[in-house]
Ligand binder design. Structure first.
Ligand code: PLP
Length: 393
């Protein structure tokens, strides 16, 4: 097996976090130097900070097809998701629901409120009949992510909106677009949503800055009270430097997205095809039928950076350990605070048996992934899988 020569690093965990774009980093440093006045203040230095925040707000609004007054900066994608679910429930009461494959930042708030967790099919698509069966006047918020952080599966929102318009007129539609934004035209695809979450560190921006887009006719209630910043929806002094970087990175992503998708999508296809050729029983989520089933899967789109495979008969933890030793960084399920590798709730919801889900590998590519990264991954990963299998035999 290839060994790690100093500095050889293959980063395949872009869905967990990305390096900052140099232009975003520059903007961050400049904003920290010049925009140190509190943006809510009245003097010249405060106005500089406010202008930086306002400029970023416009960049984000353009990037997602919203009005500047609909862009609410907050402290993370997690906070944006929590604000959407708890904020909508606080304002409207009633019943809440989300898909079974949501990030925990949505799933846990919905479970906390005793909401309905909606089934998905074997390709990760929402079970629209299940939604229809619970859609009534009491339903006040439904949250369905635009692209999944493990499988990369893209969910169309129009059919969901149609069901809500027909059967649940009081329901807001929230979409977590955190993983979608680097790859998809969120301005277009999230148009049916009333609330949209983004996170800076998934597209070359900073960690610790999120956005919730709140359409002007969507009523939600603040979850953090204080000075009334962000249109009274999120108190707390602005992270001016982080917000500046978020705006620059969002703008860059939109400008470069089509080219990145084309280039990285081809790299992803080569990676998946190469691994499947070397390990023919590998199961690609949302593409390959589950072992023992010959039912074809519904046709779904995946974001261009997502390569998600399960290897029967191995444990992800052992594989990730081997890969880390040679400087290949990937993950099993989504990363979480504890770092514990519980079997993925996403794969479980898609019907994966526990043994198969236990051998999952999420390789996520991003705007900086190169041909050489894929060459190296292909030279090493199948070899590691074979070694683990030989050791277990
Ligand atoms: N939603 C999705 C789909 C994610 O992938 C993540 C991060 O992994 C989050 C929300 C949380 O974002 P943040 O890391 O900014 O809290």
């Amino acid at each position: 097996m290839a060994s790690r020569s100093d500095g050889d690093e293959t980063y395949l965990d872009w869905a967990a976090s990305t390096p900052m774009r140099p232009a975003a980093l520059d903007a961050m440093v400049r904003a920290a130097q010049d925009g140190y006045g509190n943006p809510t203040g009245a003097h010249h230095r405060a106005r500089i900070g406010r202008r930086i925040v306002d400029d970023a707000r416009e960049q984000v609004a353009d990037a997602v097809g919203a009005r500047p007054a609909e862009v609410v900066f907050c402290g993370s994608g997690t906070e944006a998701d929590n604000l959407a679910v708890f904020g909508a429930h606080a304002a409207r009461g009633g019943q809440v629901a989300c898909s079974a494959v949501e990030h925990h930042a949505v799933l846990h708030p919905v479970e906390h409120l005793g909401g309905t967790v909606l089934r998905v099919d074997a390709a990760g698509g929402l079970d629209l009949d299940h939604l229809r069966s619970i859609a009534d006047d009491a339903l006040t918020i439904v949250s369905v992510m635009l692209a999944n952080n493990e499988s990369g599966v893209v969910q169309r929102l129009e059919p969901i909106r149609e069901i809500l318009d027909e059967h649940a007129p009081n329901a807001l539609l929230h979409t977590d677009a955190v993983q979608a934004f680097p790859w998809l035209d969120v301005a277009k695809l999230a148009r049916p949503a009333d609330l949209i979450s983004l996170s800076g560190h998934k597209f070359g921006g900073p960690k610790g800055v999120g956005v919730l887009v709140v359409r002007s006719d969507a009523e939600i209630r603040a979850q953090i009270l204080g000075g009334g910043q962000e249109f009274e929806l999120r108190s707390g002094t602005h992270n001016v430097a982080g917000i500046a970087a978020f705006g620059v990175a969002a703008d860059l992503m939109v400008q470069e997205r089509a080219a990145v998708v084309e280039r990285v999508g081809a790299l992803r296809d080569r990676l998946v095809a190469g691994i499947k050729q070397a390990v023919p029983d590998a199961v690609e989520s949302a593409r390959d039928p589950l072992p023992g089933s010959d039912a074809p899967l519904p046709d779904v789109e995946k974001v261009a950076g997502s390569a998600h495979l399960c290897f029967p008969g191995i444990e992800s933890e052992a594989l990730l350990f081997m890969l880390e030793r040679v400087g290949i960084y990937a993950s099993a399920a989504s990363s979480c605070a504890s770092g514990a590798q519980d079997p993925s709730h996403v794969l479980a919801a898609m019907g994966y048996p526990r043994e198969l889900a236990a051998g999952s590998l999420r390789m996520s590519l991003g705007f900086g992934t190169t041909d050489a990264d894929i060459d190296r991954a292909l030279a090493i990963i199948p070899d590691c899988v074979q070694q683990l299998r030989a050791a277990a035999a």
